[in-house]
Design a protein around this ligand. Structure first.
Ligand code: COS
Length: 380
């Protein structure tokens, strides 16, 4: 077992770290305030090959391993959690299922442009009445010649406004339950594809999160990913990978909390010395650092398992659960270390708390992660 990152992985860390400090750090607080979307910055990441990190080069991707992907999302999350989640959604929830389930025609029409930074994707599973119980979706598609007509409403879609294409999950045969759902790639601009309300969120405010409704939206049957009835399977497959992405984003936030706490505690003088000299502060930072390193190992081991093409469902859920809850804990501790200054927007740690909280919720709540882990450990 080798815990040392290889040269390629080290290079990815350096490249993304440099990019994040130069391109993301200057505007991150403003984007948090205004909700402006980091379109230019995301585009640059696409040009650098980070929209299709793991996809083989012959299919238009960068052909890197999963640990490199974790490192990239982690380093983005360390500076800008909003950019990190858009990159995670693009890679894990859109590119990956298109690689696995797309046919040759779809690979040319969708996968290649997605991976090459030309097409931004979004993932539409959640509905107002189907959150953790994803199988309760009611958005439906009815076959009409060589098209399907889709009606229904999705919500909480990351990049709902800015995406070019949506991977949407719908019911094609109500009688068959979970095996009666299907997945479609639906291009923006298709009549009846309506971008709805923008959510005014607590955190990750640099992302756009919208509702999307379908009103008699006619989608070519040729845009169905996989076969009819494979929707739930495709969604779960994508989410396993997505959970590694969210874990990486959360890990980045957890690390940023340490970075800022170390910096502040060395600068802040109280009782005649920097507060970093007090054991009360040292022990907090020691615990944050230890748990963050443990989280990193858990995450990378899940990623390595995916690369080895082994079942990584349990490890991805563990990494997501551990990293996300840690990000919230570290953010709370970072605020405590900053005292009153941690509670105001002059310092970034209050944003870290707001950004961290969603990582315990989206792509499967902590409670769903526990269900998934228990299911894998205990069986049915
Ligand atoms: N990976 C692969 N397959 C999975 C899976 C996973 N993580 N979780 C479930 N499945 C499979 C099961 O193995 C089962 O397959 P078979 O029918 O072949 O046996 C099938 O999916 C149905 O599973 P289950 O009976 O457990 O379905 P439930 O409706 O009880 O729900 C949970 C299972 C809760 C795990 C699922 O609905 C879920 O993950 N919910 C969270 C959804 C989510 O993350 N939403 C966020 C959307 S993006 S913001």
């Amino acid at each position: 077992m080798d815990f040392k990152p290889n040269e390629e992985q080290q290079m990815v860390r350096q490249t993304i770290r440099d990019f994040a400090l130069a391109e993301l750090a200057p505007g991150v607080a403003e984007r948090d305030e205004t909700g402006n979307y980091p379109r230019k910055e995301l585009k640059k990441l696409g040009e650098l090959g980070f929209w299709g990190v793991n996809l083989p080069e012959e299919l238009g991707g960068s052909g890197l391993d999963m640990i490199s992907y974790c490192i990239a999302v982690e380093e983005l999350g360390r500076v800008d959690a909003s950019v990190a989640i858009v990159i995670s959604v693009q890679n894990s929830l859109v590119v990956y299922p298109n690689e696995l389930f797309g046919n040759d025609d779809q690979k040319e029409r969708f996968l290649r442009p997605l991976a090459q930074g030309e097409m931004l994707g979004a993932f539409a599973l959640t509905e107002p009445g189907a959150g953790s119980d994803a199988g309760a979706m009611v958005t439906n598609a009815v076959k009409d010649g060589d098209h399907y007509i889709i009606n229904g409403a999705k919500c909480f879609i990351t990049s709902g406004e800015n995406c070019d294409v949506l991977l949407a999950f719908v019911v094609t045969d109500k009688e068959k339950g979970l095996k009666g759902t299907s997945a479609f790639m639906i291009e923006k601009g298709t009549p009846g594809f309506i971008v709805g309300k923008h959510e005014n969120k607590m955190g990750i405010r640099g992302t756009d999160t919208t509702a999307i409704t379908f009103e008699d939206c006619r989608v070519p049957a040729a845009n169905m990913l996989g076969q009819e009835g494979m929707g739930f399977k495709i969604a779960m497959t994508a989410l396993n990978s997505g959970r590694i992405g969210v874990a990486s984003q959360a890990l980045g936030i957890a690390q940023a909390c340490i970075d800022e706490s170390v910096k502040y505690s060395k600068e802040r003088v109280q009782f005649g010395k920097p507060i970093a000299k007090f054991q009360a502060i040292q022990f907090k930072i020691a615990k944050m650092a230890m748990e963050t390193e443990a989280a990193r190992m858990l995450l990378y081991s899940a990623a390595a398992k995916k690369d080895r093409k082994e079942n990584y469902i349990k490890e991805a859920a563990m990494a997501k659960l551990f990293c996300s809850e840690l990000a919230v804990r570290n953010a709370l501790e970072a605020i405590q270390i900053h005292g009153g200054y941690g509670y105001i927007k002059e310092y970034p740690v209050e944003r870290f708390l707001r950004d961290s909280k969603i990582t315990t919720i989206y792509e499967g709540t902590s409670e769903v992660m526990n269900m998934v882990i228990a299911d894998q450990v205990i069986g049915r």
